[in-house]
Ligand binder design. Sequence first.
Ligand code: AR6
Length: 171
Amino acid sequence: MSEITIIQGDITTLKVDAIVNAANSSLLGGGGVDGAIHRAAGAGLLKECRALHGCNTGDAKITGGYNLPARFVIHTVGPVWQGGKDKEAILLANCYHNSLQLAVDHHLQTIAFPAISTGIYGYPFDQASGIAIQTVTDFLKKPGTIREVIFVLFGKQDYETFKVIFTTFEK
Ligand code: AR6
């Protein structure tokens, strides 16, 4: 049985098998959680990312965690919100699904996600949360190596809102 945990905090502090980075398609760093992960991981991460030659929206690529407590970083590229008519929902679901699949492929057991696309990329938080919860829940129904998925919400309001949305899924 896999467990889903919801916490408020900074994803860069977590000692898990993998943290997921809400990156951009260059994989060369940026602001938000991406900037925080690169700062905490150190220059080795950027060097490894350079060799990956980018990532398409909805896809995921894995690197080491370098100076992070996490062993690996799974970089995924969320969609930029365009009003909802540009396959954003499918692309966002792909981010969660492909990150989890990559974790299973590497026999990882614990993985932490930020709220992909809900910052600089402007995805409405409630809708993005629903997609995140649905995709992770569906994925965990299949046999795999994942023991725990942690949703990490940075702000208190996001944390409270996410918990309410999660509760509606449990019914
Ligand atoms: N720990 C956990 N969550 C965080 C942290 C942190 N340390 N810092 C921010 N968040 P964003 P996006 C939350 O903007 O919308 C970058 O420049 C934040 O509150 O980081 O997918 C990339 O390079 C929000 O809820 O990612 C891309 O260009 C969530 O993480 C672009 O931003 C995602 O916000 C990606 O935009």
